[in-house]
Design a protein around this ligand. Structure first.
Ligand SMILES: NC(=O)c1ccc[n+]([C@@H]2O[C@H](COP(=O)([O-])OP(=O)(O)OC[C@H]3O[C@@H](n4cnc5c(N)ncnc54)[C@H](OP(=O)(O)O)[C@@H]3O)[C@@H](O)[C@H]2O)c1
Length: 129
């Protein structure tokens, strides 16, 4: 059975990806900031017969990524959908008046996490070599 790990799976597009991959009979690793508040995702997981496994994961926090990798316990992932993202400061952003800290946070969630998530990917695939 193919497997997918989806970040930001508690709502929005991430949740819809989780729902559709489950419907296509994939093993879904549904990662989110706070599993306790992910009520819709928990309902999906509860009804999935173990096909949706919820994992705590903050993509900006290397310790959190390493903990999630350890939780996978060498289980290989076929597909990583790095869906998590933030939109940053809304309104009033111009080239002369930019909230650069907010912009850096947007890039960290969208791009910086690639390096951290590769830790997870390699940890999972190491068991295959
Ligand atoms: N919807 C669109 O039209 C559109 C267009 C272009 C690109 N996108 C991109 O597609 C992705 C999903 O869009 P969406 O509309 O579904 O967004 P959304 O509803 O705002 O959901 C964003 C998801 O990312 C999670 N997230 C944010 N920071 C995180 C972090 N540090 N660690 C782990 N998870 C984190 C959020 O978790 P919490 O609930 O815990 O905050 C949430 O699950 C985003 O990357 C977005 O930039 C969307």
């Amino acid at each position: 059975m193919p497997s997918v790990l989806i970040t930001g799976a508690n709502r929005g597009l991430g949740f819809e990806f989780a729902r559709q991959y489950l419907a296509d009979a994939w093993q879904v690793y549904a990662a989110c900031h706070d599993p306790n508040s992910a009520s819709e995702l928990r309902l999906l997981a509860d009804a999935s017969g173990g096909k949706v496994r919820i994992m705590a994961l903050d993509v900006t926090d290397l310790a959190s990524v390493k903990a999630a990798a350890a939780e996978l316990d060498g289980q290989a992932i076929d597909l990583l959908l790095n869906n998590s993202g933030i939109i940053g400061a809304k309104g009033g952003q111009t080239i002369r008046n930019m909230d650069y800290e907010a912009w850096a946070n947007v890039l960290d969630v969208l791009c910086g996490c690639r390096r951290r998530l590769s830790t997870m990917w390699h940890a999972a695939s190491a068991s295959l070599s």
